[in-house]
Design a protein around this ligand. Structure first.
Ligand SMILES: CCCCCCCCCC/C=C\CCCCCCCC(=O)SCCNC(=O)CCNC(=O)[C@H](O)C(C)(C)COP(=O)(O)OP(=O)(O)OC[C@H]1O[C@@H](n2cnc3c(N)ncnc32)[C@H](O)[C@@H]1OP(=O)(O)O
Ligand SMILES: Cc1cc2nc3c(=O)[nH]c(=O)nc-3n(C[C@H](O)[C@H](O)[C@H](O)COP(=O)(O)OP(=O)(O)OC[C@H]3O[C@@H](n4cnc5c(N)ncnc54)[C@H](O)[C@@H]3O)c2cc1C
Length: 643
């Protein structure tokens, strides 16, 4: 199962080597992180990032090894944006000449870059950005300017203190005409002493949610006062500005300017399975250690993992972690395929890639953020201790529902794609993830054939149920929209229904990709069977949770919905004996998990007890401030006996 989770034996071995390298290196210690003040915390992150880079250089790690190393260091840092957005943006939107100039500098870390798109006034509405880039043909330069307070760049990770350069998204103005938002490479700080260059005001935006957590990142604010950059620092793969001041658009679609977001959203789906699996690993191991009630004749109490309610909350999350792992694998493949096509100037699959990355990013991050919090509750009171690892994981993870596109805004993008597909059904055969809509007549007509709980153990029955629900919800939205004279008004009015239809479409993708995964050759005794059980758990859990949809569209009867729930209970009993093995298969070191409750050896209570004494408050028996603030109260002489 470790191989199935990792994707291949090679990846398992490679990631295992990197995990151990980090776990055994004292520089990467992270348990004191929540106790540190902001300055100390940030300096510590800089130290870890520098040490990580030294290892990459000294040990000549490959790009793949370096990625795993950064993952296991497990501390958000400026390097995430440098490697994760600045470099990919230049790769995707730069010309060959620009790539030749900037990529070697960035890859050798001679410069540090961030992705400066969001502003104080606009994040979701990219076309609403206010920063301007005005071409000055006399000087052959762009003038980058922040005309208003709300045009201040606000949020970019790595911008606050670390970056020397930024990829700045600004409205292009040539010859007094606006040409939409484009990307520009702008140097922010001196490469000699790191001080901000003239015309640049830059700093950190302040503390964020949670102790430690995302505060290791220097999310920044940035203002430009007529900062000049050479013309060739506008990324010009999509459109160009000539020396003479002529704006030219190549055959490449404008949307490619948003290409970095497609790339990052795809990586966020893969990361969702990592974050959720960490939380599930902690909650599952602890649920096997923890005992409450049920002692008979002085024997041990019941392990809480044996309670059906615990199983019905925990096992769907375990199944979701696997489901997100496999849909992430597929999405990576889809992205690589689109990338290759784009390089050959085939842009036909870009809209689907945008819809899939946007929708799956939204679906998986929402479920993961909620899932981490559920895991905290599954661990009872001890889950609220920082040493459980769950509060920090939650605090670091939840912004994933917002960054790289607010999850609702992204689902509305999916809705546009679905509505367009439905409206074109008469003359255009849908392909890829919308191919099922080509069978819309059948899906609208046929109802579920399940008669017994066992009938639900059939991938065909499950896929058809999810297809029928998604198709019927999409068609219902299409019909409602058709009643509006102004389609945009209709879209705004029906937005909540459209979001629900998008969720149904995205859940269908995840379920289908899990089922497709099971059609592949999966080596290892019992591995495929265990994955099949998890796949059914994932699908039937969703069906149970959203049974209102399935019933409302008239595909299921209440009896069939009840049968699905009966089957789900049986499946939980089948997961139980392998639950610990299924989380051990994630192959996480105790260092990466960062949780006393999730320790591999299960030695929870002695270690919790030990850790309590390491809290700084326990450095002395009498706390600082006691004599000043508490003792006077204890010693006071009150006049009223009642008080
Ligand atoms: C204890 C420690 C624990 C550690 C745990 C580890 C957990 C992981 C932690 C990870 C740590 C660090 C990682 C940090 C990473 C943070 C990165 C965050 C970076 C950012 O947030 S960058 C900023 C991102 N911003 C956004 O995403 C903005 C969202 N808005 C948009 O994307 C768009 O503007 C829009 C909403 C899509 C715009 O809509 P609008 O209708 O206005 O669109 P346009 O008119 O502009 O275009 C319409 C046209 O274009 C199509 N289209 C839109 N987007 C794309 C696209 N990306 N690709 C292709 N096509 C696109 C759209 O479909 C329309 O097409 P049509 O005309 O209909 O054919
Ligand atoms: C930790 C973190 C790191 C980040 N890193 C970066 C970075 O490196 N670089 C960068 O450029 N940016 C970064 N961002 C910014 C991030 O990309 C934006 O915050 C995100 O895109 C959401 O945009 P917003 O803040 O404008 O939200 P808003 O759009 O203001 O959202 C507010 C509310 O309005 C709703 N809403 C907005 N528009 C619509 C609509 N059309 N229909 C219905 N509802 C709507 C949303 O659903 C939400 O509920 C980061 C943000 C965070 C939190």
């Amino acid at each position: 199962m470790k191989v199935a989770w990792a994707g291949s034996r090679e990846t398992l071995e490679l990631s295992d080597r990197m995990a151990k390298l980090v776990a055994n290196d004292p520089v990467f210690e992270k348990f004191t992180r929540p106790m540190l003040g902001r300055k100390e915390l940030f300096k510590n992150t800089l130290r870890k990032a520098a040490h990580g880079w030294k290892l990459i250089v000294d040990l000549r790690l490959t790009e793949e090894e370096a990625k795993w190393l950064r993952l296991y260091i497990d501390e958000p840092a400026y390097t995430d944006l440098h490697w994760g957005m600045f470099i990919p943006a230049i790769e995707g939107q730069g010309t060959e000449e620009q790539k030749k100039k900037w990529l070697p500098l960035a890859q050798k870390m001679k410069i540090i870059g961030c992705y400066a798109q969001t502003e104080l006034g606009h994040g979701s509405n990219v076309q609403g950005l206010e920063t301007t880039a005005t071409f000055d043909p006399q000087a052959d330069e762009f003038v980058i300017h922040s005309p208003t307070l709300t045009s201040s760049k606000w949020w970019p990770g790595g911008l606050g203190k670390a970056s020397t350069h930024a990829l700045v998204y600004a409205r292009l103005i040539v010859g007094g005409e606006f040409h939409g938002v484009h990307g520009f490479i702008v140097q922010l700080r001196s490469l000699e002493d790191h001080s901000p260059l003239p015309g640049i005001t830059v700093g950190d935006i302040g503390l964020k949610f949670g102790n430690g957590a995302y505060n290791t990142m220097d999310n920044g604010v940035l203002r430009f006062d007529h900062v000049r950059i050479p013309r060739n620092q506008m990324l010009m793969r999509v459109s160009q500005v000539t020396k003479e001041g002529k704006y030219m658009q190549s055959d490449v679609p404008r949307q490619l300017i948003y290409g970095t977001m497609v790339y990052v959203r795809q990586t966020i789906v893969v990361d969702a399975s990592k974050a959720l699996s960490r939380a599930v690993c902690i909650a599952t191991r602890y649920s096997a250690v923890r005992r409450q009630f049920g002692s008979r004749n002085g024997g041990p109490e019941t392990q809480v993992i044996d309670y059906k309610t615990q199983q019905s909350r925990l096992f769907p999350l375990l199944a979701s972690a696997y489901a997100f792992r496999f849909v992430g694998e597929w999405l990576k493949w889809l992205y690589m395929d689109v990338k290759q096509r784009l390089e050959a100037n085939d842009f036909s699959t870009l809209p689907e890639a945008h819809a899939c990355t946007a929708g799956l990013k939204s679906l998986t991050t929402t479920a993961t953020a909620d899932g981490i919090e559920e895991c905290r509750k599954l661990c009872g009171g001890h889950g609220y201790l920082v040493s459980s690892g769950l509060p920090e994981l939650f605090a670091v993870y939840i912004p994933a529902c917002t960054y790289e596109g607010d999850n609702v805004v992204l689902l509305l993008q999916v809705a546009r794609f679905i509505v367009k597909t439905v409206s074109e059904l008469g003359y255009k055969q849908p392909v890829g993830t919308t191919a099922y809509m080509g069978r819309v007549a059948t899906l609208m007509q046929n109802n579920c054939a399940v008669r017994t709980a066992e009938d639900w153990l059939n991938p065909g029955a499950i896929v058809e149920a999810f297809e029928a629900r998604a198709a019927r919800m999409a068609v219902a939205c299409g019909r409602q929209l058709a009643k509006f004279e102004n389609p945009e008004e209709g879209f705004a009015e029906l937005a909540s229904d459209l979001v629900e239809a998008s969720v149904a479409h995205c859940q269908l993708i995840v379920v289908s990709k899990f089922i497709e995964k099971l059609q592949q050759d999966i080596p290892g005794k019992g591995v495929k069977q265990s994955l099949e059980i998890l796949c059914y758990v994932y699908a039937l859990f969703l069906l149970h949770k959203h049974q209102g949809d399935f019933l409302a569209v008239g595909y299921l009867t209440p009896k069939q919905a009840l049968l699905a729930n009966d089957q789900l209970r049986t499946l939980y009993s089948k997961v139980r004996p392998n639950a610990i093995a299924l989380v051990d298969s994630f192959n996480y070191t105790d260092h990466y998990l960062g949780s006393i409750l999730g320790r591999y050896d299960g030695n929870v209570y002695p270690k919790l007890y030990e850790a309590a004494w390491e809290d700084p408050l326990n450095d002395s028996d009498v706390a600082d401030g006691f004599h000043q603030y508490v003792q006077p109260i204890l010693k006071q002489k009150l006049h009223s006996a009642k008080l």
